[in-house]
Design a protein around this ligand. Structure first.
Ligand code: HEC
Ligand code: HEC
Ligand code: HEC
Ligand code: HEC
Length: 135
């Protein structure tokens, strides 16, 4: 009986290890494909699901600076680098950064999609649930 229980436990542990490995693998795979799940730590506990963002797709249709505008702010014209928005934008405004993180994301992402729709061009989502998609 004892042996049977041990085998059972080993099988369960095996299944758990395998699913953990595939989870890690799928995250790495997404990164390779240039897809990110945006979930900034600065927000703390999120009210909405993370936003799946195809960085590669955007990279191919516009310049880095459109989003990583800090290339301008600090006269850093090196387009080979990007940084997290939350490295400057915080939840609350301060004397250096007058735009809160939420506004930074929403204005940049949604703002552009709205413009493209206005111009009658192929665009991205503008509704809460289509960016913050439940998976
Ligand atoms: C174009 C895409 C887009 C749309 C449309 C959008 N958001 Fe967001 N939202 C984002 C991104 C990107 C973030 C930053 C996520 C991160 O890094 O944590 C964000 C962050 C948030 C956050 C802070 C993080 C959290 O989950 O607590 C809230 C709240 C939020 N959005 C609510 C909304 C609501 C409500 C709407 C509709 C009125 C909406 N969003 C529409 C892209 C979008
Ligand atoms: C449509 C907007 C957009 C464009 C265009 C764009 N990026 Fe990004 N990039 C982002 C967002 C959003 C993130 C995630 C930032 C965050 O989590 O705060 C990011 C993250 C990155 C990161 C990772 C930063 C880190 O520390 O995790 C790098 C590197 C980067 N981008 C480089 C580039 C380069 C190089 C280009 C041009 C070839 C480019 N990006 C074009 C929006 C964009
Ligand atoms: C190095 C610091 C820094 C980083 C990193 C940064 N920002 Fe900003 N951002 C600023 C400052 C400072 C301002 C206000 C002055 C200005 O408008 O240039 C600002 C203003 C903005 C504005 C309002 C003005 C405008 O240009 O429309 C938006 C939207 C914005 N940031 C989005 C973002 C997004 C999205 C990211 C990440 C992809 C990001 N920022 C990364 C410093 C930064
Ligand atoms: C300057 C314009 C611009 C900015 C900034 C921008 N987008 Fe987009 N986005 C587009 C366009 C154009 C498309 C449609 C591309 C196509 O289908 O050819 C798109 C498509 C998308 C899609 C649907 C395609 C897919 O990945 O399945 C999502 C989701 C999306 N964007 C999220 C975001 C988020 C999140 C941000 C901010 C971090 C952002 N976008 C910033 C222009 C923009």
């Amino acid at each position: 009986m004892k042996q049977l229980r041990l085998i059972f436990i080993l099988v369960i542990a095996g299944i758990m290890a395998a699913s953990l490995a595939s989870l890690v693998w799928s995250q790495e795979q997404k990164a390779l494909e240039g897809v990110m799940d945006l979930k900034s730590r600065e927000f703390g506990k999120h009210q909405r699901p993370p936003v799946r963002f195809d960085h590669y797709l955007h990279e191919t249709i516009m310049r880095c600076r459109v989003c990583h505008h800090d290339f301008y702010v600090f006269s850093n014209r090196n387009e080979g680098k990007g940084s997290k928005c939350a490295s400057c934008h915080k939840r609350e405004i301060n004397k250096d950064i007058p735009i809160p993180l939420l506004t930074a994301f929403h204005n940049r992402c949604k703002g552009c999609h709205e413009n493209y729709i206005k111009w009658g061009r192929a665009s991205g989502p503008v509704m809460c649930g289509t960016c913050h998609k439940k998976t």
